[in-house]
Design a protein around this ligand. Structure first.
Ligand code: TEU
Length: 554
């Protein structure tokens, strides 16, 4: 086998800084909090931690609205604190990856203020448009009927500049104009700045809306006219996104960012740094982000299929197979697959798949080839918090109303991390937390799960250790089947090395698999089982009976 680079064996872990660990008692997580918990990550077996945005921000979208891309949010700490974090991470041989938010800035960014005033060099930093005049009413209206992700129009009138600006997210998140080379260069400066501070790469936020195709002065498109939202909906899902998502230029931009990273390494040496990119697109589009014959792209375009296919169709062995096929059958040769179960935008894995499947899903992503990305708390089986309308702070939730906000709000998956069964789950010494805790923190927390004989956390750690030590899991080939009605089986083999077999019963009745059929009459040893499984660890041959929701690694 060819020698692989560090990230191809890596275990990635997403930290949502606001909710990970609070060091100063204000109820909001911070950098010193993260630094104090790096040993926890090391102990888990994590290779690289990705931090959701830590930059200066008015926090309308909790850090995804950045007002200064070159500085740290004071609530989270200082640049010195960040350097201390990097230093401690290096001592522990942990890599730190930052969130890069290229699509937009905060409206409080100096760039936006200058652009509003048409200051020289900043005139076209954002996507400005005169709008159009309504033929019937004679009134001014936005140039298109485009909707933002967070409900409502994607255009906002600016009195000072006397033009509309585009915001694919909140009103306070104006879209940067990637047709302006100065913007492209500025954002490359952001990458270089943080590389210099010792980070090992970036998770690139929200790529689908990076470029858009605007109508001409008459409001016309080169081909057909974009169809609009249905009359009664404020939801972007109902809009034809042909002109505002996944334009081909986005792929080249990722290649350019890759060049920034590779050039940096060429000049300064050190380990390679990585690009993880957040994109929701059809497979044929997504796969191009990996690169092509002549250009390198993202190391890991996030694979959200285990989230999206299940959201759409429900959890079953067949749908799990479909999600895996969708990636592995479309991925260009020689690339590294990846598996994501959740993030700060999606209901927590244990709530979405069902609490009884959390071990199964953690096993799945760590037995499959490639790398996995854990969202903080998935290792514990943390579930969603229940947040009332009054306590709702997420802009997507706030842009709706009390009767439907639960459909939109992302607060439930962002509640504070659960460290102990004590006051405020050990997240803060203060008396409040920025979001209420999830109800189950007294039992679902690091302290209790480490103390327990068996726990989700212990299973997770065993899986991480296995993946780290097994040549088969790192380099082996992969087969998978749906057996019976709802049993999913994965087999990994690598020459004469140990084989690994994963069996998960997604159905409601016992399923049976005849082991000798699967792997050349090999003898199997049961080594990891989901919480509550009554099977005994040890040697197995012949029929393996798997109970509903049971998951087994042999
Ligand atoms: O999310 C972008 C994004 O595409 C999601 O809103 C996506 O549409 C949704 O999750 C699909 O269900 C990123 C960040 O992850 C999110 O937290 C930010 O609010 C957003 O960008 C704006 O920066």
């Amino acid at each position: 086998a060819t020698k692989k680079d560090w990230w191809q064996y890596a275990q990635f872990y997403q930290i949502y800084p606001r909710s990970f660990m609070d060091s100063d008692g204000d109820g909001i997580g911070d950098l010193n909090g993260i630094t104090s918990k790096l040993e926890y990550l090391k102990d888990l077996g994590v290779t690289a931690a990705w931090l959701s945005p830590i930059f200066t921000s008015p926090m309308v979208d909790f850090g995804y609205d950045i007002s200064d891309f070159f500085d740290i949010q004071p609530e989270y700490g200082t640049l010195e604190d960040f350097r201390a974090l990097i230093k401690r991470a290096k001592e522990l041989d942990l890599k730190i990856i930052l969130d890069f938010v290229p699509n937009h800035s905060s409206n409080e960014s100096i760039w936006f203020k200058k652009s509003v005033n048409r200051e020289r060099g900043y005139e076209d930093y954002y996507v400005w448009h005169d709008g159009k005049v309504n033929a019937t009413t004679g009134e001014r209206e936005p140039p298109t009927n485009w909707l933002q992700y967070f409900r409502g129009s994607a255009w906002e009138w600016n009195e000072v500049r006397q033009q509309y600006y585009l915001h694919q997210f909140a009103v306070q998140q104006p879209d940067l104009n990637y047709r302006n080379p100065a913007v492209v260069e500025q954002m490359k400066r952001v990458l270089r700045y943080w590389l210099k501070e010792g980070v090992s790469g970036f998770r690139c936020d929200a790529l689908p809306p990076l470029f858009e195709v605007l109508p001409d002065a008459e409001g016309q498109y080169p081909d057909e006219v974009v169809s609009g939202a249905t009359e009664d909906s404020e939801d972007r899902n109902y809009l034809t996104v042909k002109y505002i998502e996944n334009q081909p230029e986005t792929i080249d931009m990722v290649y350019q960012w890759r060049t920034v990273l590779d050039d940096y390494q060429r000049i300064y040496g050190g380990n390679s740094s990585v690009l993880l990119i957040e994109t929701y697109a059809p497979a044929w589009f997504t796969m191009q982000f990996y690169g092509n014959r002549t250009r390198e792209g993202a190391h890991l375009p996030f694979n959200f299929n285990l989230i999206t296919v299940m959201e759409e169709k429900g959890l079953s062995a067949g749908h799990v197979k479909e999600a895996i096929d969708l990636w592995l059958n479309n991925m260009p040769a020689g690339r590294t697959p990846n598996w994501v179960l959740g993030n700060h935008d999606k209901r927590r894995a244990a709530s979405r798949y069902g609490k009884e499947y959390i071990d199964a899903m953690n096993m799945l992503v760590m037995i499959l080839p490639g790398v996995s990305v854990t969202y903080q708390g998935e290792e514990l089986g943390m579930t969603d918090g229940e947040i009332s309308w009054e306590d709702t702070v997420d802009p997507w939730g706030c842009n709706s109303n009390p009767s439907i906000y639960e459909q939109y709000t992302r607060d439930p998956e962002r509640t504070p991390f659960q460290w102990t069964s004590g006051t405020n789950a050990g997240f803060t010494n203060g008396s409040t937390t920025w979001l209420p805790l999830a109800a189950d923190y007294k039992t679902v927390n690091v302290e209790s799960e480490l103390a327990a004989e068996e726990s989700h956390l212990k299973i997770y750690k065993e899986l991480m250790a296995l993946r780290k030590s097994s040549k088969t899991l790192q380099n082996g080939s992969t087969k998978y089947w749906v057996i019976g009605d709802d049993l999913f089986v994965v087999l990994r083999t690598y020459g004469d090395e140990d084989k690994y077999l994963l069996a998960i019963n997604f159905g409601s009745k016992e399923e049976t698999v005849y082991l000798p059929d699967l792997a050349d009459r090999s003898l199997f040893r049961l080594i990891i089982k989901s919480l509550g499984s009554e099977l005994t660890l040890g040697v197995w041959y012949g029929d393996l009976h798997v109970q509903p929701a049971e998951a087994l690694v042999l």
